[in-house]
Design a protein around this ligand. Structure first.
Ligand code: ARG
Length: 460
């Protein structure tokens, strides 16, 4: 027998392999809730438009609700022969309620149906992702507050540069995530446009009321152009782009966590529950969670490129190519959610090893800029001050002393502008406290940044 949904014009059944090859039900059944929600809205609208009777609509709506319960109870048999989630559910409806089930698809095509389903699905997932970013940011702000006075070396080129506070470093991560949050919010606007009503590509001859389905489904507006509506997947690409940028941020955080947990840095302790051991080396405790997050970025970047390539050169309107949008999109969603969850659980549990951070900041002449600034305040041009401090550092390397460990006499070899008060600026505390402006690393500025951050989060 030929396919019951579209077999009318066919003379032989689909080749068994082709049926499997072209089916998507294995992965698009994930959208069953969105599919049912969309169908209920469509049936409701069809009744208002006079296309279905009240009785027909009620039969359809009740049938669809039952199907949802069946699926959720594990009492639904998905069939490859029925190709995708849409035709599986429609066939089940007809089986349940009889010929009225066959009226549901009036004025609709799988092309506008699937585009609507994915948008509903991505919208729901974006909302979960936004909530999880917020949870991670709350953890970061909390941790940063407690670490506002903790001094560590700040790096450029991964070489010790200037002392910073650990809280300040954590709030830099916070800022990356704020931009990620904004990007997902922005993507959501373009996700939340309704294709339904575009039908196959040209619209439909039935008196549909798109603003009704639009409102029932919580979309901001119906898509303007039916050809574009069924073929646009920009929103999926944008979702993967926002996800890729966020994953990139998480690889940067991961990299630092991996470095910091090493014996060579020893800046932080990751609680055992976020680490695993080695089957051969008994002493090992590996930072698997950040490493895995770093590694998983590859998939998400890959999915972004899959989707860009998928859409490249596609003529209007719908092409079967588009069925390939789902697996990359779903895996990007799962990966991003998994990584965010791991981070949101782990970050608040980080323990700083303040002594080691401090010791590292004391090594590496991290207050050299402070000494130069000191000389400038005493009237020396900055370039000359740079030279003086450079010579002091060279002496320090030779004698094995950091700037703060030298005597006044030793320092005065390089400039007689230096006097006793120099030691105020050569301390780590003096150095960070002096960077006392909005966005600076001074502990009171970090506390102020945390206060602003918490107020911002409270408004979400
Ligand atoms: N499973 C299809 C997809 O994911 C649904 C749309 C099919 N439309 C069609 N004309 N074959 O895109």
């Amino acid at each position: 027998t030929t396919n019951q949904q579209w077999g009318g014009r066919f003379n032989e059944p689909t080749d068994a392999f082709v049926a499997r090859f072209t089916a998507s039900v294995q992965f698009d059944q994930r959208m069953y809730k969105q599919d049912i929600r969309g169908s209920i809205a469509h049936a409701t609208m069809l009744e208002m438009a006079g296309v279905l009777t009240v009785e027909e609509r009620d039969l359809i709506v009740n049938g669809l609700n039952e199907i949802q319960s069946d699926i959720e109870a594990g009492n639904f048999e998905w069939s490859i022969e029925l190709e995708d989630v849409h035709m599986n559910i429609e066939a089940a409806l007809t089986k349940k309620i009889g010929i009225t089930g066959k009226k549901l698809h009036t004025g609709r095509s799988r092309n506008d149906q699937v585009a609507t389903d994915i948008r509903l699905f991505v919208r729901d997932e974006i909302d979960l992702i936004l909530a999880e970013i917020t949870r991670l940011q709350q953890g970061l702000a909390e941790l940063a507050e407690g670490e506002a006075d903790t001094i560590m070396p700040g790096f450029t080129h991964l070489q010790t540069a200037q002392p910073v506070t650990f809280g300040h470093h954590l709030m830099a991560w916070f800022e990356m995530l704020t931009r990620d949050y904004q990007r997902f919010e922005d993507v959501r606007k373009r996700v939340n446009v309704m294709p339904l009503g575009a039908a196959a590509l040209a619209g439909t001859t039935y008196p549909i009321q798109r603003h009704v389905t639009c409102e029932l489904l919580g979309f901001d507006a119906p898509a303007e152009n039916s050809l574009d509506a069924v073929s646009d997947r920009d929103f999926a690409i944008e979702f993967c782009a926002a996800s890729s940028i966020m994953m990139m941020h998480m690889t940067r955080m991961s990299e630092e966590l991996v470095l910091w947990t090493s014996a060579q840095f020893n800046f932080i302790n990751l609680p055992d529950r976020f680490c695993t051991g080695s089957s051969i080396m008994p002493q090992k405790k590996n930072p698997d969670v950040p490493e895995l997050v770093r590694g998983k970025s590859g998939r998400v970047y890959g999915h972004l490129f899959s989707l860009l390539t998928l859409m490249k050169s596609q003529p209007l309107a719908y092409n079967k190519d588009n069925q390939e949008d789902k697996e990359p999109l779903f895996d990007a969603i799962d990966t991003v959610k998994g990584c965010l969850r791991a981070f949101a659980d782990m970050v608040p549990a980080l323990e700083s090893r303040k002594e080691y951070m401090r010791e590292a900041a004391l090594r590496g002449f991290s207050t050299a800029t402070d000494l130069a600034d000191y000389l400038v305040r005493k009237g020396m041009p900055f370039r000359d001050a740079h030279e003086v401090v450079g010579k002091s550092v060279a002496y320090g390397i030779e004698s094995g002393k950091d700037l703060g460990e030298m005597t006044l006499n030793e320092l005065q070899q390089f400039s007689d502008t230096i006097s006793e008060d120099v030691f105020d600026v050569l301390t780590l505390e003096g150095s960070v406290a002096a960077r006392d402006h909005v966005g600076g690393t001074a502990p009171n500025q970090v506390r102020a940044a945390v206060t602003r951050a918490k107020a911002m989060l409270a408004k979400r």
